[in-house]
Design a protein around this ligand. Sequence first.
Ligand code: ZN
Length: 144
Amino acid sequence: MSLDQLYREVILDHYRSPRHSGSLEHPDAHADGHNPLCGDEISLDLTFDGDRVSDIRISGRGCSISQASASMMANAVSGMTLDEVRDLERRFKEMMSIEEGGEEIDVKVMGDLAALQGVRRFPVRIKCADLPWTTLDEALSQRS
Ligand code: ZN
């Protein structure tokens, strides 16, 4: 199995069985995101324990890239401190902007999110992969 095929499988798995799906009854932060270019929608609820994301729930609809990206992000940031979340977000945005054949991606740090690196070859789809992170930014900005 090629790496591209493996990544496609990981994306489809998250799309078909999204992690952390649903909503929270009493979220500390909430945001809705919309990507009009593709019609993707994401609704995000968070609770915090001090500086740590104690729970995150996402519901949405749209293409496999946007929904898989949301599932991967929720999986990754759950239990992280806000500093860790911002660091991961920076790495994700870096990954999506690396030129083909450029810098290596640290798969150990990125986990399943590394499966989205192929998306950067399709600039129109980068907005789909970014949507959950943009929505997360908005939710976190309500918190300060
Ligand atoms: Zn999309």
